[in-house]
Each structure stands twice: as C-alpha cells, then as structure tokens.
Design a protein around this ligand. Structure first.
Ligand code: MF3
Ligand code: CO
Length: 274
C-alpha cells in the first residue's frame, strides 16, 4: 500500500526536509582535505541533536552512525571512520536521515573535496541529471516504471552504470515505505502515481568500463554495509524527497540558492561564500 499524505503531513515533511538540508549543507561545507569521515559523523551527531531531531540511521538494522559517508569507489553506506581522512580531489557522498514528530526525511548529495578532476565533475553531473530525469517523470497519472526508466535509461545513455540492488523508496511515517523505487524499469508499468505520494528518488552511478555491461553489479564489503563499484570506479549518489502533486513534482528537499551552491560545488565555492 502506498500511503497518500494529507496536507498536514506534507507540511511536517517539508519542514523536516528543510531541517535536514541545513544539516547536510553544513556537513558538505565541513568536508575538506584532512577532515575524516569520523569527524563528519560527530559533527552530524551534534547538528542533529542541536536541531532537536533524531537520527533515522543510527541503530537502523544495527547501522552504527548518523551519516553514511561514501568516498570514491564506495557507492553508498560507507561507515564513517576516524582513519578515513579526506584528501584533495576525493569524491564524497553524504547520506543522512532524520525523524521529527513521527515523520522522516532522507537526502544524499555528492561533492568533490578540494580541487576537482574533470571526470569527477562529469560523474556528479550525470548523477544529478539522472535524478532530475526521474523527478520530471514523477507525475500523477503516470506509473512508477516511468520514473525508474527515466533514471536508468539516462545513465546508460551517458555511458554510465548504476546500483541495481539498492533503490529509492516511499517516505513518511517510516524511512522506507512502499513503493520501492528502482533505478531501472519499464515505462507504463508498476503502481499508478498519485498526488500525495512522497518518494525518495536516489540514483547511484559510476562510469562504465568499455567492456562493462549494465548487468554488472555493485558489491557489498565484508563489513556488511559498504557498497563498492564493480571495478573500483568512483561513484556518486544523490537523493531528493519528491512530492507528487496535481501540478507536477515538488522537491521537498529543494535548497535555497546559497546553500545549494555550497552543497553542490563542494569546497571550491567556500571562499566566495565568505
Ligand atoms: N538513506 C538510505 C536509504 O535511503 C538508508 C541508509 S541505511 C542506514 O535507504 F542504515 F544507514 F540507515
Ligand atoms: Co533513501
């Protein structure tokens, strides 16, 4: 059953999404060479506490931290560590979830720490554009497969590959509600999309090697959490919460301009932001 949210619930979800944005933006600004992912997790824990909200990740199926911090070949669910010190040019994805007033928020973004390599800028651009394609397909009267197809087809068209075993999801009173939102699918198939549905859409992508087929999958490391690319390529993960309305998709996690600039361009913009 896919829950439809009331106007009151949507208001809470929107507030939660905005609180989460502030926290995530601060974490991304703090991600600089010399900082460890363990440092970022401690900062996240403090920011979550100061915001008066609860971590949705810590303790979830035994997950030990407030954020997932996935560096370079790590796709998602990287566990923060004090000995994972960020270096110039690293690709860092931060995923964070919170709960407040019985409702959840979940978002992820990927930045480059310090000076970017051109191919990593492209990687992030492909992830964000894939997400934008998925969001654009989130229309009342359409089908879930429209969203999934829009993402996967775009990624493959760009010569990239994507995670198959990890999916987006409905979100509301639980972090993971129906439906699952895979990053590939068939247009016109799956549950009908209706106004009031809130979906966390989250492509996870990497550049495919010349002989890599779209069937080639990500792997999970022995820690039971960390997901890595099949050939060690760098990966990007971006996630937004999207409300389907009668007038089209609304991104609940949409950010104000200054925050968005800082979040999306990593450290490069830091100086000009003052
Ligand atoms: N943000 C992830 C998702 O959307 C959840 C991370 S799993 C956790 O499914 F264990 F870290 F919480
Ligand atoms: Co999610």
């Amino acid at each position: 059953m896919i829950p439809l949210k009331t106007a009151g619930e949507i208001e809470i979800l929107r507030e939660n999404a905005q609180i989460l944005n502030e926290i995530l933006a601060e974490l991304l600004r703090a991600a600089r060479p010399g900082v460890s992912t363990g440092d970022l997790d401690r900062l996240a824990e403090r920011l979550v506490r100061e915001a008066g909200v609860r971590s949705a990740f810590k303790g979830y199926k035994g997950y030990p931290a407030t954020i997932c911090a996935s560096v370079n070949e790590e796709v998602v669910h990287g566990i923060p560590r004090d000995d994972r010190v960020l270096r110039d040019g690293d690709v860092l994805s931060i995923d964070i979830g919170i709960e407040r007033n019985g409702y959840f928020a979940d978002r992820a973004d990927t930045v480059i720490v310090g000076r970017p390599r051109a191919e990593d800028l492209e990687l992030i651009e492909v992830a964000r554009e894939a997400l934008a394609q998925g969001i654009a397909a989130a229309r009342a009267g359409g089908r879930l497969g429209d969203i999934s197809h829009a993402i996967g087809a775009y990624v493959v068209r760009r010569g990239y590959n994507f995670a198959k075993r990890f999916v987006g999801h409905g979100i509301g009173r639980a972090m993971h509600e129906d439906p699952q939102v895979p990053n590939y699918g068939t247009p016109g198939k799956g549950p009908k999309l209706r106004a009031g549905m809130v979906l966390a859409i989250e492509p996870m992508v990497w550049r495919a090697e010349p002989d890599e087929t779209p069937e080639e999958e990500e792997r999970v490391l022995a820690d039971g959490w960390t997901v890595v690319t099949p050939r060690g390529q760098r990966a990007a993960h971006v996630e937004e919460m999207v409300l389907i309305t009668a007038d089209g998709p609304e991104v609940l996690t949409a950010t104000a301009t200054a925050t968005e600039v800082a979040a999306k361009t990593g450290n490069e913009i830091r100086v000009s932001l003052g």
